[in-house]
Design a protein around this ligand. Structure first.
Ligand SMILES: Nc1ncnc2c1ncn2[C@@H]1O[C@H](COP(=O)(O)OP(=O)(O)OP(=O)(O)O)[C@@H](O)[C@H]1O
Ligand SMILES: [Mg+2]
Length: 196
């Protein structure tokens, strides 16, 4: 029988995929305005983002603002040898490749990749969130593995902001020992600061 988290993943992915193109672009625009006003954004220089996929809320406006402010934007890249993420510098119009999950990544030599702890701010996609900062992703554990060091360190770079449509909110998610909670969640309606 599928677990509760599998059911939530299935339901929330369906929900966000049913948003119209107009709703998606309205949500993305409002989210962009809200996130770019946050101190956590303004004071960060190295910012990881993602390319929206599967109905995820689109951080494109945040990326454009970050470029204008001369911040360095990064996109996640899959390590070929480990099931974790590194982060490759991303600039407008650069060459991209497609990884083993069909997701675009900057075509950039591993020499230029950085690790999660070298970022100031990470904007994460998610499938479901709750107001305590608990996050359910697509189920690969890639973000959790890449941030696992945060469980044992008091030093907690980068700031983690989950980006979502408000309709992805759950009352309370059941989390596992390996799940890394978020510092903030931003939706098209509000910015939530968790107690982390
Ligand atoms: N730090 C870790 N070390 C080893 N395995 C891990 C770690 N974190 C997560 N995993 C494994 O990854 C699998 C998926 O984790 P989970 O269901 O939390 O994914 P998710 O949070 O939805 O995905 P993602 O982190 O990519 O957004 C689990 O089976 C778990 O055992
Ligand atoms: Mg997880």
């Amino acid at each position: 029988m599928p677990s509760n988290n599998s059911l939530i993943r299935h339901r929330n992915r369906q929900r966000r995929k049913q948003l119209t193109a107009l709703q998606q672009s309205n949500h993305a625009a409002t989210l962009g305005t809200q996130v770019c006003r946050q101190t956590a954004f303004l004071r960060s220089n190295r910012i990881a983002c993602y390319l929206a996929n599967d109905g995820e809320i689109d951080p494109e406006d945040i990326v454009k603002t970050a470029w204008k402010l001369r911040k360095q934007v990064y996109l996640p890249v899959l390590s070929p040898f480990q099931s974790k993420l590194y982060f490759a510098p991303y600039s407008a119009g650069m060459d991209m490749t497609i990884n083993r999950f069909g997701i675009h990544e900057p075509a950039c030599r591993p020499l230029h990749w950085i690790c999660a702890w070298q970022l100031d701010l990470m904007l994460l996609p998610l499938v479901a969130f709750d107001e305590n900062g608990n996050r359910l992703g697509m189920g690969g554990g890639f973000y959790d593995r890449s941030l696992a060091y945060r469980r044992s360190r008091t030093h907690s770079k980068p700031t983690l902001i989950g980006l979502a449509h408000e309709l992805q909110r759950e009352d309370e998610l059941t989390m596992n020992s390996w799940d890394i909670p978020l510092d903030m969640i931003a939706t098209e309606q509000r910015v939530i600061r968790t107690s982390r």
